[in-house]
Design a protein around this ligand. Structure first.
Ligand SMILES: [Zn+2]
Length: 89
């Protein structure tokens, strides 16, 4: 089931599979996840969903930094909250 844009009431379309969604801890890249990027065909809103069951790599593992930028795909850094994100700025 594809995600639905609540604003436009239309199913979103997959924009890119297997994007690097990097979980952040303050200013640090912490956990690398593989996920899917969807976009609303009407308003252009994008969401990241479809995270794998397990992370691709974690900060303490060898090669973590390189793996985050491995695929040449856009890297999406994300925080657990706006407060945490703003604290990193
Ligand atoms: Zn929309």
């Amino acid at each position: 089931m594809r995600p639905v844009c609540a604003r436009c009431s239309v199913a979103m379309v997959p924009k890119k599979n297997d994007v690097a969604a990097v979980e952040m801890l303050r200013t640090r890249r912490y956990v690398l996840w593989s996920a899917d990027l969807y976009e609303c065909p009407d308003c252009g809103c994008q969401i990241v969903t479809g995270f794998g069951a397990k992370p691709v790599s974690m900060e303490h593992e060898p090669g973590f930094v390189a793996r985050c930028d491995d695929g040449g795909l856009p890297v999406i850094e994300w925080w657990h909250s706006l407060r945490e994100k703003d604290g990193a700025a």
